[in-house]
Design a protein around this ligand. Structure first.
Ligand code: NAD
Length: 312
């Protein structure tokens, strides 16, 4: 089938596009390269460089390509930029998504796979692990904007029969991750330690996150091409990992002798989250398969290779 992958020059969606192409699908990528890189774009995809806020650009692309399915990853995903510039955040994440939804209806797109954020959406959960039906209490504009699109999807499905599935990610990590933006802690620690810089730890290092390796996330996107009509899925590892544990994993794999410099926690950071991923297992037939130890090893190897360092 022909799949439009938005954000396909970025970290996660470039891997998703690679997997779709490897699975025999025709892939069209839209990305404005504001955060992504052309070298991440699969050479077998057709690439349109442009902004999802640019309606004329999108209309032209839909007219030419007529995608059957949309996988929507393009977003303003920098939590702190969202705090500083909530109007920009809402424009890209909400209005940009509505552009795609309207064109999807107009061009009879069969299905949309929409990417949302678990950590940003649930806020500070009252009970752990968090289930998809638990309360949504975002504490940042980015959390509001990514979650809001879930409501538009429900409404567009009700009004126009647009089919969709939502994947709410935990903290995704792996090769090609940028050290900027949400959840880039693996990339940040790798880059800093490789450069001999002492990493800064925001808080006491005991915050919990649910880290999920990129290959597992990609498999969820493959399953969501067909399964889970009108459903929302947590995509995480289901295992809590502290900030300090990530630091120690990276440090030990790099063979460094370092401790972080501790500083105060930043606004918009939650204390503890871990996801219940049993719904994805039941409906998508998906389970995380890559352990933290294995995922960390593969991630560190990638950052070492791009830093042109031979060790590990
Ligand atoms: N990284 C994580 O841990 C994580 C966690 C939860 C949710 N998500 C979501 O996953 C998606 C991808 O995240 P990522 O980590 O790969 O980030 P990323 O920044 O690497 O990828 C986003 C891509 O979207 C592109 N983009 C941004 N604004 C655009 C616009 N207006 N028009 C066209 N393209 C635009 C960027 O250039 C970039 O290539 C985002 O929707 C993000 O909210 C990521």
């Amino acid at each position: 089938m022909k799949v439009l992958v938005t954000g396909g020059a970025g970290f996660i969606a470039s891997h998703v596009a690679d997997a779709y192409i490897a699975g025999g699908h025709e892939v069209v990528i839209v990305d404005d390269l504001s955060r992504g890189f052309e070298h991440n774009v699969n050479s077998r995809a057709r690439f349109y460089c442009g902004d999802i806020l640019d309606r004329a650009f999108l209309e032209d692309m839909f007219e030419k390509e007529k995608p059957e399915v949309i996988n929507h990853h393009a977003a303003q995903m920098d939590v702190r930029r969202g705090v500083r510039e909530p109007i920009f955040d809402a424009s890209v994440n909400i209005l940009g998504s509505i552009n795609l939804l309207e064109l999807a209806v107009q061009h009879k797109v069969r299905r949309i796979v929409y990417i949302s954020s678990a950590g940003a959406g649930y806020g500070e959960p009252k009970t752990l692990p968090v289930l998809e039906d638990d309360p949504i209490n975002p504490i940042t504009p980015y959390g509001i904007s990514t979650h809001t699109v879930e409501h538009y999807l429900f409404t567009f499905s009700f009004l126009y029969g647009l089919e969709y599935a939502v994947l709410r990610y935990g903290n995704v990590y792996g090769p090609r991750q940028s050290s900027q933006g949400e959840a880039g802690v693996f990339a940040i620690f790798c880059e800093q330690m490789l450069a001999g810089v002492q990493p800064v730890m925001y808080g006491d290092g005991k915050k919990w996150r649910d880290y999920v390796y990129i290959d597992d996330v990609v498999r969820a996107n493959v399953a969501a091409l067909d399964l889970g009509r009108g459903e929302i899925f947590n995509i995480g590892n289901g295992v809590p990992t502290t900030d300090y544990e990530v630091f120690a994993l990276v440090r030990d794999l790099l063979g460094k002798d370092m401790e972080p410099e501790y500083t105060s926690v930043r606004a918009g950071e939650i204390e503890k989250i871990v996801l219940d991923v049993s719904k994805a297992a039941r409906i998508l037939g998906w389970k995380p398969e890559v352990s933290m130890a294995e995922g960390a090893k593969r991630t560190v190897e990638f950052f070492v290779s791009i830093a042109n360092v031979t060790r590990v």
